[in-house]
Design a protein around this ligand. Structure first.
Ligand SMILES: O=C(CO)[C@@H](O)[C@H](O)COP(=O)(O)O
Ligand SMILES: [Fe+2]
Length: 219
């Protein structure tokens, strides 16, 4: 099992003390910042956009992993690159020309990610997997933090891992939604490379220790 990365989801941070929470992640054993952008159309919720990401980008010292839950993501690719985003993930369900979108993300110097809703089968990525740097398997229905983990995700991780191996791809697998110390190890064993954790980290009494505990569990 290779090193599993932890990506705290800023959606669960205290927006009135954002700099404090960003510094906490900077100083912690976490690996990435996960930023959820929601447009109120693709998902029934609106989160934050460019001005907030610009501010986060100024202070964050780790990889910026942006999860776009928006329709028409293509029109903002350059803007996210200019904001210093490292990994840009679009939803399979929001892209009519997925291959074109992936190429456009890479042309801007970012890693290209594709997120799949819980109902979307991993086999749909058979023809594009070699062009994808990261697949984000949604383990909750996108739109909100603090939801319960969908158990079927374990099977999807194994199916996706098999597809990646079969095609000789080097795609990372990220799991997003309801991740806690109860499912982290099993997810890593199934093949997950990146675990997003929002509520589990930020609603904890001691977020720094919670991240550390998760890392310990994954060793
Ligand atoms: O993309 C999303 C939700 O749509 C996630 O990134 C959540 O922000 C994860 O939060 P928790 O489920 O860990 O509270
Ligand atoms: Fe997310």
């Amino acid at each position: 099992m290779s090193k599993t990365l932890i990506a705290p989801s800023i959606l669960a941070a205290d927006f009135a003390n954002l700099q404090h929470d960003i510094e906490m992640v900077n100083q912690s054993e976490a690996d990435w910042f996960h930023l959820d952008v929601m447009d109120g159309v693709f998902v029934p919720n609106i989160s934050f956009g460019m001005p907030v990401i610009k501010s986060i980008s100024k202070h964050a010292k780790k990889t910026l992993d942006v999860h776009l839950m928006i329709v028409n993501p293509d029109q903002y690719i350059k803007t996210f690159a200019d904001l210093g985003v490292n990994v840009l993930t679009v939803h399979y369900e929001a892209c009519t020309h997925l291959h074109r979108t992936l190429q456009a993300i890479k042309a801007e110097g970012m890693q290209a990610g594709v997120a799949l809703n819980p109902h979307t089968n991993v086999d749909l990525l058979k023809d594009t997997i070699k062009d994808i740097d990261l697949v984000c398997l949604m383990s909750v229905n996108p739109g909100f933090g603090g939801q319960s983990f969908i158990e079927n995700t374990f099977d999807k991780v194994r199916q996706l891992k098999a597809l990646i191996n079969e095609k000789g791809a080097s795609t990372k697998i990220e799991i997003d939604g309801g991740v806690t110390n109860k499912n982290a190890k099993q997810l890593a064993e199934a093949g997950a490379d990146v675990l997003v954790a929002g509520s589990y980290v930020f609603k904890a009494d001691n977020p720094t220790e919670t991240i550390k505990g998760m890392k310990e569990l994954l060793k």
